[in-house]
Design a protein around this ligand. Sequence first.
Ligand code: ZN
Length: 240
Amino acid sequence: MANKKILQDKNSYGKPRPWRQKKLENLRYAEYLSILLYKKAHKVQGCADVLRFRKLPDGSTKLYQTWFCKSRLCPLCNWRRSLKNSSQLTKILAEAHRQHSTARFIFLTLTEENSVDGVDLKRRLKVLTHAFFKLVHYKKVSKNLLGFVRSTEITTNANGSYHQHLHVLLFVKSAYFKGTGNYLSQADWTNLWQKALKSSYKPIVNVEAVRVNKSKGKSSLLASAQETAKYQVKSADYMT
Ligand SMILES: [Zn+2]
């Protein structure tokens, strides 16, 4: 093996892809599964064990054969899934922008109080989804809304509670930014979200208009697409 060259898989920016780190996390996950006597431990352990790449005419390499375990919490599979989701979403957003060139994207983060435990989390996620559908059907929102992408993110806190929240990319008519009858401020969004959630407190809402064109490096549309399409559960959160 001494004179064998180690292959490096790089992304389009020339940055090495984190195969090694993800495989190490995957092996740790497989080990936990085996300690907990889960049958799928063996299957997870074999995830992306062998990678076959093809060399393209331009000198770059492309993955063309491997096997993924597709386990819901596999760090390797989640990483690949997020790459796929964000690349598909980026294409969809570019097409939406082409069809409605004057329409704008808005990145919205909707939060609520933490869930105390897993049982509470399950119930609250249902409420969250329901509240979201109420929100987008409010006249003030729906009249300028062309479409949206929603993703749920769950992070864990040190005390074992969960922080569930929604990342939403809204696609709105340009009229949204014209006049007080159309535009919704952060306070307006907060009030609407509180109404949809039927909460007694003011939930934290973040709203940002997204720039489509590149300014410095990555466009903020691409960044928002990636934020919306990223893993729903970060492996660092449940691997401890
Ligand atoms: Zn896997």
